[in-house]
Design a protein around this ligand. Structure first.
Ligand SMILES: C[S@@+](CC[C@H](N)C(=O)[O-])C[C@H]1O[C@@H](n2cnc3c(N)ncnc32)[C@H](O)[C@@H]1O
Length: 276
């Protein structure tokens, strides 16, 4: 079944992410590392990296489980999996599969650890997806993922969203629980999803850290291309005139976040852990 999100990630959204992989991966690295610390992968374990994208965290997991362990990276975006394959560089303990993690028929008792850096908020039926994943757990299997808190707490997203609202005042406002980057913003909803899917000992901790580090030009370019602003600009044809207007609106707001370390934004996420 091809959902809206799968079509987007295996199409234009995935292509944009593939082009901007180096910058995006660098920005997300400190958040992924915090989730990795909670996941605590051990030598010899079998791990799944859900929505592994271009494979930065798949490679980290592979290093942690070592030659006696195995890491399976799952994603729907073939162009990101190509980058993940290049990153894994033939590592014998990495397998990359193009599949919908929500519905894929994983073999029973396949994994000790289920990890994801921002790859689990795009399922159209989250309880079914997490139940499907739990069905592939070995006894005592652990889940650790990171997801965004609301846009209002993430100015790297609320600023470009405000620009999208200014340029397209009539654009439809998405349902906050619709599949997408902020679908897991509400702690209670995440807990209810995991409870319904049969996961136990659910813990949801806030993580607040600064992310970024690119210069002003690269930061503005990134925000014009990804997320809801990137989406509405692409949909509207991304003409030079439109991109210029968006740039002019966004740049001063982003410049206010310039530091000696580059443009830095606060980020607000949940680090979620559970047991099968
Ligand atoms: C925000 S990106 C994060 C990518 C990567 N984890 C990282 O941190 O760089 C979300 C990823 O989830 C993948 N994805 C979305 N829906 C999926 C699904 N149903 N099954 C597997 N992957 C999915 C997308 O293709 C994309 O690579």
């Amino acid at each position: 079944m091809t959902t809206y999100q799968i079509a987007a990630w295996s199409g234009p959204t995935g292509q944009t992410w593939a082009k901007l992989d180096a910058q995006l991966s660098r920005q997300l690295e400190p958040i992924g590392r915090a989730a990795m610390a909670r996941a605590a992968p051990r030598a010899g374990e079998r791990v799944i990296d859900i929505g592994c994208g271009a494979g930065a965290t798949t490679a980290e997991l592979a290093a942690a489980v070592g030659p006696t362990g195995e890491v399976t990276g799952v994603d729907v975006a073939h162009m990101l999996l190509d980058l993940a394959r290049a990153r894994a560089a033939g590592a014998a303990n990495v397998t990359l599969i193009e599949a919908d993690a929500q519905r894929h028929a994983f073999a029973a008792e396949s994994f000790d650890l289920f990890y994801s850096r921002f790859g689990v908020m795009f399922f159209d039926d989250p309880p079914a997806a997490f139940a499907n994943l739990r069905g592939a757990s070995r006894p005592g299997g652990r889940l650790a993922f990171v997801c965004w808190r609301p846009p209002a707490e993430n100015p790297w997203m609320s600023l470009p969203m405000a620009v999208a609202d200014t340029l397209f005042p009539d654009r439809p406002r998405p349902d906050p629980e619709a599949p997408g980057p902020f679908a897991f913003a509400e702690e209670g909803r995440v807990r209810a999803i995991l409870d319904a899917a049969g996961w136990r000992h659910v813990a949801i901790e806030p993580l607040d850290i600064e992310i970024g580090g690119a210069d002003l030009q690269a930061s503005v370019q990134l925000m014009l291309r990804v997320g809801p602003l990137g989406f509405v600009l692409r949909e509207a044809g991304a003409t030079a005139e439109l991109m210029g207007r968006a740039d002019a609106l966004l740049r001063p707001a982003v410049a206010a976040h310039e530091t000696a370390q580059g443009v830095m934004f606060p980020s607000a996420t949940w680090v979620v852990t559970a047991q099968a």
